[in-house]
Ligand binder design. Structure first.
Ligand code: SF4
Length: 171
């Protein structure tokens, strides 16, 4: 035990100091203002995967880590489309999933929006030529905004939310 504490004292603090992204801070400030104005402080998002490789979801998972901490800005991922303002749609519109995506959209209360995430829903990704799809997501649903990337980074996704919010009419 004494050996352990000797080593700890000699090595000092080894964790890194976080370097905060100043641009991200500005984006987050504006995002929070928009969410307060348009959604009374909380925007509920239902993630729907219509046939992705899961990399887009992995980037979304990072939004909940202590660095990005999306809930602090008022964006919450919810378990049901009935509780959602926005569907965040990732993946190709595969034949099997298309009716379920449309069903999820129909269950959302009005007003409602769809944001597409990553190049797949627009059929611009590496899987574009698979046999399991025929049409992009905008042929099935009204798409309010598209977040490009394969996959988009967490910062791209936060920026994408801000770009969507900027499109909304003043309340
Ligand atoms: S856009 Fe790229 S990363 Fe996202 S689901 Fe499609 S292939 Fe995967």
């Amino acid at each position: 035990m004494i050996r352990f504490w000797n080593k700890r004292v000699k090595s000092g603090i080894l964790t890194e100091n976080l370097e905060f992204d100043e641009e991200l801070k500005e984006i987050e400030k504006e995002l929070k203002n928009h969410i307060n104005k348009h959604f009374a402080g909380s925007l509920a998002v239902r993630m729907v995967d219509s046939g992705s490789c899961n990399a887009c979801e992995a980037e979304c998972n990072a939004l909940s880590n202590p660095y990005y901490n999306l809930e602090r800005l008022g964006i919450y991922f919810v378990a049901s489309p009935r509780h959602a303002d926005v569907i965040l749609l990732s993946g190709l519109m595969s034949f099997n999933m298309t009716p379920h995506v449309i069903d999820a959209y129909n269950q959302m209360p009005n007003p409602k929006w769809v944001i597409t995430l990553g190049d797949c829903p627009a059929m611009e990704s590496v899987f574009e030529k698979t046999f399991a799809i025929k049409t992009p997501a905008n042929q099935h649903l009204p798409i309010a905004h598209h977040i490009k990337g394969c996959p988009p980074t967490p910062k791209d996704i936060i920026k994408g939310f801000l770009e969507f919010l900027r499109l909304l009419p003043h309340p």
